[in-house]
Design a protein around this ligand. Sequence first.
Ligand code: VG1
Ligand code: CO
Length: 544
Amino acid sequence: MNIVETATRPWPDQRPGTSGLRKKVQVFQQPNYLENFVQSIFDSLDDHQGKTLVVGGDGRFYNRHATGIILRMAAANGFGKVLVGQGGLLSTPAVSCVIRKHKTFGGIILSASHNPAGEDGDFGIKYNVGNGGPAPESVTDSIYANSRRIERYRIVELDAPDLDRIGETMLGSMQVEIIDPVSDYTELMQHLFDFDRIRSMLNSGLFTLRFDAMHAITGPYAREILEHRLGAGADDLINATPLEDFGGGHPDPNLVYAKQLVDIMFAADGPSFGAASDGDGDRNMILGRRCFVTPSDSLAILAANAHLVPGYRQGLAGIARSMPTSQAADRVAERLGIELYETPTGWKFFGNLLDAGKATLCGEESFGTGSDHVREKDGLWAVLFWLNLLAIHKEPVADIVTGHWRSYGRNYYSRHDYEGVNADGAGELMEILRKQSGNLKGKRFGDYEIDFSDDFAYTDPIDDSVSERQGIRIGFTDGSRMVFRLSGTGTEGATLRVYLERYEPDPAKQSADAQDALSDLIRIAGEVAAIRHHTGREAPTVIT
Ligand code: VG1
Ligand code: CO
C-alpha cells in the first residue's frame, strides 16, 4: 500500500470548541489544514490499529471532499475498517448510534451544526469516542496539543471509494463499508417509541403535523421514519432534501431562523404539532398550534411523562441539564425523587453520567434534548417522544404545557444572544463580571436582591475532572437567575449569551409573554454587565 508521509507545519488555531473545530470553509481549504487536524486526532488515540471508525456528516459543502481525505488518512494510519454513511451522510445522533451498535473504536462527524453552509459558510469536524459521545476535554486537549507540534501526516495515494454505492470495498488494506445512513437509527427509534400508536394518531384525521428539516441532514431520516414508517404525508415534511448550502439558510431551529415553520404554526388553522431540527440533526424545536415549547420546558415535560413511553417505562435514573438551562427539570426530579445534575454547556459533559447510569434524560436550553439511547442530543428522538406523548394524552400541545406549569410552576426563560460582537469588548465584559462576581451578594436592583454570584466550575462526579470558567451565574433571593457566557461554537468575533430565568408558581400569573415577565431581569442584566458599553449593541441579535 502506498502510504505517504507528507511534511507539514502546525496551524495555530486548531483548538476544538464547545463541539469540535469549526471554521470558515476557506480556512479548512488552506493547504494541509484539514489533514493536520485529522492527523492530530489520530495521533491522540491509543491502540486504534486494526479497529473500526465511523465517518459521516451533515452534507454541507466540503463534506464529500473531507470524507475522501479522512478515508485515505484512516487507511494510512492503520484503521482496519471504516463505516461511512452513503454519500458521506450521517446525522450526529446517527453517528453515535452506529458507534454504539457496531461497537466501533470511535467516529468522525463532519458538521458545523446550524452554522450556515456553502463555499462562504462554515465547516467543522468533531471526534467521538467509543461510547458514541463527543470526545471529553482530556482528548480534545490532546488533539490541540498534537496540532501545535505536528510535523507530518499520513495518507494513502489511492483514490477514495465511491461514497454512493452501498457495500464493501478495500482502500489499501483497510475495509470501507458504505452503509445506509438511516437504518440503524430507525431501528433504535422503533425500539424506544410506540410506532403503532403514533401511526394511528397520524391516520386518525384528527391530528396534523409539519416537520421542517431546514434543507439539512434530518430530511432523509424524517422521510423514512415520519413518512414511510408512521404514515405522515409527503407534504407534512418541508425542506426535506439536504442541500450543500442548506438552501442559503441558517438551519438553527428557533423562532428566528425557522420562521417558515413558525408562520405555519401560528396561523389560525395551523397544524396540531410542528417541529424542526438543525444542520446535523441533534437539535429540536417543538411547537404546537400557536404555541412554542421552550427547550427547558420540553425537557421537564418529557421527564415528567417518560414512564408512559415504552423505552422509559422503567423510570428515570436521574436528569442532567446544562447550567444555563432553566430549573424546570429540577422540580420534576424533586417530585420523582431522583437526582438532578447540573453540568457545563456542551453535550460532552453528559457522557460520564450516562455511562455510569446516573442520568437517563439530558437537556440543554439550546434546543438540545436526549437520553441514554445514544451519547449525543437527538432532534428526531425528541420529536418522536413528543408524538408518543401526544398520542397518549390526546390533548393539544398548549394544554400539556400549561398543565405542566399548573402542577410544577412556570420557569419563565429566555436567552439573548449578541452575535458577532467585538471579541476584545466581550472578553472585557466577562473579565469585569468575573472580578466582581465574588462581591455582588446583597446588591439590590428594585425588588431584586442578589443572593449569590460565581464563575461556574464543575467537578465531574465520575472521574473528578474539573472544568472551570463555565459562565458567570448571578442568583437572586427569589430564585431568579441570570447567566453570562461566551459562545464556543462561533466563527466570527465573539457571541455573548445572556440567559434569564424567573420562577412563577401562581397559575394565575403564568400566561404572560416571557419577555414581559423577564423585563426587569433583562434590564438588570444590561446594567450589571454594561452590555451596551462593551458590545456597542443596543439590543440582542437573536432572542429565544
Ligand atoms: C452551543 C450551545 C450548546 C451546544 C453547542 C453545540 O454552544 O449553547 O448548548 O451544546 O452549541 O450544539 P455555544 O458554546 O455556542 O454556546 V450543536 O447543535 O451546534 O453541535
Ligand atoms: Co447541531
